[in-house]
Design a protein. Structure first.
Length: 380
């Protein structure tokens, strides 16, 4: 048994085809919801990278982080179309044409606009699906509670619509602050999030937990919200994004960060998070299958501040899971084995993300997927 979804053809004609997308685990069949937030493993029309430049916080290590972005671009565009958002198209296009195989480079399309930073997960569209296509939800991005400038990034989605690179019904949700890294969807009506992030100051002040839960359920067409009340990584600017801690996987599975070192500062809080995950039940009132991911060995910046390295920040594309690595052979390999267990039908591909965590993010933070029908085909 697998998933049965309706999706538009790549030609974007006004007709529908059936896409059968196999579940990685289990015999259950997910029912097609009238309107739903797809899981990340739902078939994709492409993915977005917002490219680093000297006007971002990457200025002092631009060459190093660009190498990481080139690798991400290669791994994504080898499997599906890639949208590159940049204020420097000429420069980036010339560079990628030189570095990527021609067949991969031809998978890239472009959006030209000013940007503050590169975290596409948090300023990108959150896409709902229904039988008519996609609803592109444009939430407010305010630099994780006004910690960093975000005005230009908050306008990127409107540029994508104006430049006709995406297709769907644009939906203005700018009266509510929400980052894509703050929520996980299983595609069946359950949203997983953290109270640390969504209840943090300077996001949606004046709204309490019940208010936010009701707003999310209504806006995302969710049946319920599962709140994690424990779990936070040192050096994390996001106040505890769920994509640094625990992730939905196919087959009623959750992959999560497990700390086994009792001397680690994260041990107590992540142990409490694990206990809470064990209490969660599926909509069928069954326990989730839990897949622990190793905790990377501590990595510090030049000032001695611990950086938020995590294997939970993986990114799912068509047929593959792109996994962050940190030049820790044992941990990297154990994380790969765990993710292969959670995604037995996917190839698990490691990408060195030591550059990314220097700015307190990792692989998933840099990317945003577009479900089928959203990213328009590249015009030859």
């Amino acid at each position: 048994m697998g998933l049965l979804y309706k999706a538009r053809t790549a030609s974007l004609e006004e007709r529908w085809t059936q896409i059968r997308f196999e579940e990685a685990n289990g015999p259950e069949k997910m029912e097609m919801r009238e309107t739903f937030l797809p899981p990340e493993w739902f078939p994709q029309s492409g993915a977005q990278l917002t490219w680093p430049h000297a006007g971002t916080d990457w200025k002092e290590m631009l060459s190093e982080v660009t190498d990481c972005y080139v690798r991400m671009a290669y791994e994504i565009a080898s499997r599906e179309p890639l949208l590159v958002v940049t204020p420097e198209r000429g420069h980036v296009e010339k560079m990628l044409k030189e570095k990527l195989p021609s067949a991969v480079f031809r998978q890239i399309r472009w959006a030209d606009c000013p940007t503050d930073d590169t975290w596409a997960r948090d300023h990108g569209f959150i896409s709902l699906m229904d039988e008519k296509g996609a609803r592109l939800l444009d939430f407010c991005f305010n630099g994780w509670g006004q910690k960093f400038p975000a005005g230009q990034d908050n306008r990127i989605n409107r540029h994508l619509v104006e430049q006709h690179v995406v297709e769907g019904t644009y939906t203005d949700c700018l009266d509510f602050v929400l980052e894509g890294g703050a929520i996980e969807s299983d595609g069946q009506g359950t949203i997983l999030t953290t109270s640390g992030c969504l209840l943090a100051p300077k996001r949606n002040e004046g709204m309490n937990r019940a208010d936010i839960e009701e707003h999310l359920k209504r806006t995302l067409h969710a049946q319920r919200i599962l709140w994690l009340d424990h779990g936070h990584l040192e050096g994390d600017d996001t106040d505890g994004h769920i994509d640094t801690l625990a992730r939905f996987c196919p087959g009623q599975t959750i992959a999560y960060v497990k700390c086994t070192d009792q001397n680690d500062s994260h041990y107590e809080d992540l142990s409490l998070m694990e206990e809470q995950l064990h209490t969660f039940r599926t909509l069928q009132d069954e326990p989730y299958q839990l897949v622990p991911l190793p905790m990377p060995d501590a990595i510090y910046d030049e000032n001695g501040q611990r950086l938020p390295a995590t294997y939970a920040n993986f990114f799912i594309v068509n047929s593959a899971v792109l996994m962050p690595t940190y030049n820790q052979p044992v941990n990297d390999e154990n994380a790969k084995k765990a993710l292969q267990k959670a995604f037995p039908q996917h190839e698990v591909v490691g990408i060195d993300c030591r550059a990314l965590i220097r700015q307190h993010g990792s692989l998933h933070c840099c990317t945003m997927q577009f479900p089928v029908s959203v990213l328009k085909p590249i015009q030859e």
